[in-house]
Design a protein around this ligand. Structure first.
Ligand SMILES: [Zn+2]
Length: 151
């Protein structure tokens, strides 16, 4: 992908969170199910994803490019059937209005992977924002592992 650049916390002036990614300059290989969601903007079945009912402490990264997208502190139980977050890591997620003007798509700011949609005005949490994310678009990195990676 032409737009993909190496970006890392060690680069001077980089404003991204302190977790390096894309070191190999290539994206992760995806399964057909992941491709359907990430590249064809599909939606996994509700209540089926591995992170729907999952609340451990750590970071959620883009399954395609490993960019950190959400912290577990922003995850909440909405009952909607998909992982829900009330805030993204600043700058990690792009908001793109759907062509029909009804919903707002969210994509990885680094590689453009489809994540899901964002909704506001539902009053679930203080930020009044619900990022409805497909489990297939993200990968959970436990806090301990991330710590080890940063040696
Ligand atoms: Zn990505």
């Amino acid at each position: 992908m032409d737009s993909l650049k190496l970006r890392c916390c060690s680069v001077a002036g980089c404003d991204l969170p302190p977790l390096c990614y894309n070191e190999s300059m290539r994206n992760n290989d995806l399964t057909p199910e992941e491709k359907e969601v990430i590249e064809n903007k599909g939606t996994e079945m509700p209540f089926s994803g591995e992170y729907y009912n999952f609340f451990r402490e750590g970071t959620y990264t883009c399954r395609r490019c490993n960019a950190p997208l959400y912290e577990s502190s922003g995850k909440f139980h909405s009952g909607c059937g998909w992982p829900s977050f009330d805030e993204e890591i600043p700058g990690a997620v792009k908001h793109v209005p759907d062509p029909d003007g009804l919903r707002t798509e969210i994509i990885c700011a680094n590689c453009g992977a489809h994540l899901g949609h964002v909704f506001t005005g539902e009053k679930f949490t203080e930020t009044d924002t619900r990022h409805c994310v497909n489990s297939l678009s993200i990968r959970f990195i436990p806090k301990e592992e991330r710590h080890n990676e940063r040696s």
